[in-house]
Design a protein around this ligand. Structure first.
Ligand SMILES: Nc1ncnc2c1ncn2[C@@H]1O[C@H](COP(=O)(O)OP(=O)(O)OP(=O)(O)O)[C@@H](O)[C@H]1O
Ligand SMILES: Nc1ccn([C@@H]2O[C@H](COP(=O)(O)O)[C@@H](O)[C@H]2O)c(=O)n1
Length: 213
């Protein structure tokens, strides 16, 4: 079974995807980490005329074992850099095959990102599109950073999230929209456990209706 989980920054899609993976005992891939690893590799080169070429080379050379050191990739700066390399078509092409193979492994997988239901796994068995309003997303990310001991400027964080969403949605190579057959789950008013229960109910219902056909 392939489960695709998409949604904007800090909507909680990673938390839900990993909860679904645990629940259904499937492997999980956070595809944002791939873009973050590429972004991190070219951090500081944004004004260099070779920025695009360097990002493409980094994507082509990406060793997914780099993702084991995920802690550094979760920094806000890595997210911003990820969204800058994600607009480069050949970067997306270079990362496609790894994601597709991960999804197609025996038994299936859960993948979360921006284009899983639209581009990577248009054939997924179940697709979820997670949303939460910008203020809730900012507050969740702020608490996450504060728990790591970081000081947070909530005003700046709000604008950083909005700016990243805007860049992602304008990405001509992105596929960042809700697939027609994705189920929308709004978690603005839901805590983590309630959101996971709602997601499990959606997956179970999708599987049951598939079996009824
Ligand atoms: N429903 C929820 N209610 C409250 N907090 C939540 C909820 N879902 C996730 N969180 C918390 O919000 C933070 C961001 O969640 P998560 O990393 O899953 O978001 P994301 O959409 O994967 O983010 P990104 O796109 O930046 O990778 C985490 O600290 C997580 O524990
Ligand atoms: N499938 C994806 C996943 C991510 N991106 C880009 O990477 C940025 C960081 O992703 P997070 O999920 O870790 O927040 C994101 O803002 C996108 O620009 C993508 O394009 N496609």
């Amino acid at each position: 079974m392939i489960i695709a989980v998409d949604g904007p920054a800090a909507s909680g899609k990673g938390t839900l995807a990993s909860g679904l993976a645990r629940h259904y005992q499937l492997p999980h891939l956070d595809t944002g980490l791939l873009y973050r690893a590429v972004g991190q590799a070219v951090d500081g080169l944004e004004d260099d005329p070779e920025f695009e070429a360097a990002a493409i080379a980094a994507a082509q050379a990406l060793d997914p074992s780099q993702l084991d050191n995920a802690e550094a990739l979760t920094a806000a700066r890595a997210g911003v850099m990820a969204s800058k390399v994600a607009v480069i078509g050949p970067v997306r092409e270079a990362l496609f095959e790894f994601q597709r193979s991960f999804a197609l492994q025996d038994g299936g997988a859960v993948l979360d990102g921006r284009d899983i239901g639209t581009r990577i796994c248009p054939d997924a068995d179940v697709k979820l599109f997670i949303r939460a309003d910008s203020k809730a997303r900012m507050e969740r990310r702020a608490r996450q950073l504060e728990q790591r001991g970081q000081r947070v400027d909530r005003y700046a964080l709000y604008h950083q999230i909005e700016e990243r969403d805007a860049r992602d949605m304008a990405n001509p190579h992105g596929g960042f929209y809700k697939a027609d057959d994705a189920v929308l789950l709004d978690t603005t008013q839901l805590g983590i456990e309630a959101a996971l229960q709602a997601a499990v109910a959606i997956v179970d219902e999708a599987l049951a209706s598939r079996n009824r056909v």
